[in-house]
Design a protein around this ligand. Structure first.
Ligand code: GTP
Ligand code: MG
Length: 319
């Protein structure tokens, strides 16, 4: 089922130098070229019109556009969806049971709202057996902020009765220092899945930090969105093809012109808005240990809220 990705060097007439030029101007995949217009490509990559036409034509032939499948096959794949508990029954019920496989879940919110804590908790809970709402699986933790804490995993593992040492052995951690690394690491995780590692959860904490710092300002927005889009496509593909859950965290930025409703919105703009399957907005409650989670913009879940707590044992129902 998995398609072999083609790189833009595979296009007839595109040599190494040309490929470099195209990448530098933001066209990193065959698909991005297939949907480009001649004018766009000429301007961005500074190439002639006839070359641009040729490149686009061959990209369209080579592009990976996926296959149609019949509805019953989609249904069959959906019946395999697995669930990982968050550790809080209330939060689980808000999410329709927990964090799902074949799906991408995002949390966004201010600092200290529990995004990273939930990431740790899911890495532990994915290892639980299905009767305890786990998947007997392993986790990959892509850490772009350097906030993974094995000690915290130990505490959480002990609290659910897992051997803390084994729990740590079931988590593959890697630090990503920039967006290119982050993208490559995700592709490496895909290779691990293909080799048969029983990975049931991929965490990216945070997804957007490097994208934000490497592409500041409006003029870099297009490049940023293209690259972010490519990254998200890989994550979605991984989730679906390997029947695993993707959980990523996101920062928020203040929206100065919003006077009613939430004055915060997630970073990433339209690309993220159409990409995460479930988005959860986290904010602090009055009581210090409590947090409020709200489903944001979901196609299948109502926009409800629930409270949960960050306890010494991990994520739990509000205390
Ligand atoms: P940023 O990454 O800064 O945007 O924040 P975040 O949303 O990832 O916050 P994080 O998940 O790191 O939550 C931090 C909060 O979790 C702290 O303010 C503490 O309240 C709580 N917390 C973190 N570690 C522990 C711990 O070991 N024990 C307990 N009881 N609470 C903890
Ligand atoms: Mg964090």
């Amino acid at each position: 089922m998995r398609k072999v990705d083609k790189s833009i060097e595979d296009l007839p007439g595109v040599g190494k130098a040309m490929a470099e030029k195209l990448r530098d101007s933001g066209f990193r995949t065959v698909e991005s070229l297939a949907v480009a217009t001649v004018g766009e490509l000429c301007e961005a990559a500074e190439i002639g019109e006839s070359t641009a036409k040729k490149v686009i034509a061959s990209a369209r032939q080579l592009a990976d556009i996926g296959d149609f499948v019949t509805g019953d096959k989609v249904m069959e794949q959906r019946t395999k969806v697995g669930i990982i508990t968050t550790g809080s029954e209330k939060l689980d019920s808000l999410l329709g049971g927990g964090i799902e496989t074949q799906s991408v879940t995002e949390t966004f919110g201010e600092f200290g709202t529990g995004k990273t804590q939930l990431a740790h908790q899911l890495c532990v809970n994915v290892q639980l057996p299905p009767e305890r709402k786990g998947l007997n699986g392993k986790a990959v933790y892509i850490d772009s902020e350097g906030t993974f804490r094995p000690e915290r995993i130990k505490d959480m593992a002990v609290a659910v009765g897992l051997d803390p040492f084994k729990a740590l052995q079931n988590i593959y951690w890697v630090r990503a220092f920039n967006t290119d690394q982050q993208i490559l690491i995700t592709e490496k995780a895909e290779q691990m899945c293909e080799k048969g590692e029983n990975i049931k959860l991929i965490v990216v904490d945070s997804l957007t930090a490097h994208f934000r710092s490497e592409f500041p300002g409006r003029e870099k927005l297009v490049n940023r969105q293209q690259k972010l889009n490519q990254h998200l496509m890989t994550l979605h593909r991984l989730a679906f093809i390997h029947d695993l859950a993707v959980y990523f965290t996101n920062q928020v930025q203040a929206v100065p012109d919003v006077y009613f409703g939430e004055p915060m919105k997630p970073v990433g703009g339209h690309v993220l808005a159409h990409s995460a399957t479930t988005r959860i907005y986290l904010r602090k409650a009055v009581k210090a240990t409590r947090r409020i989670a709200r489903v944001y913009d979901s196609p299948s879940l109502p926009e409800n809220e629930e409270m949960f707590s960050i306890t010494p044992e991990g994520i739990r129902d509000p205390v």
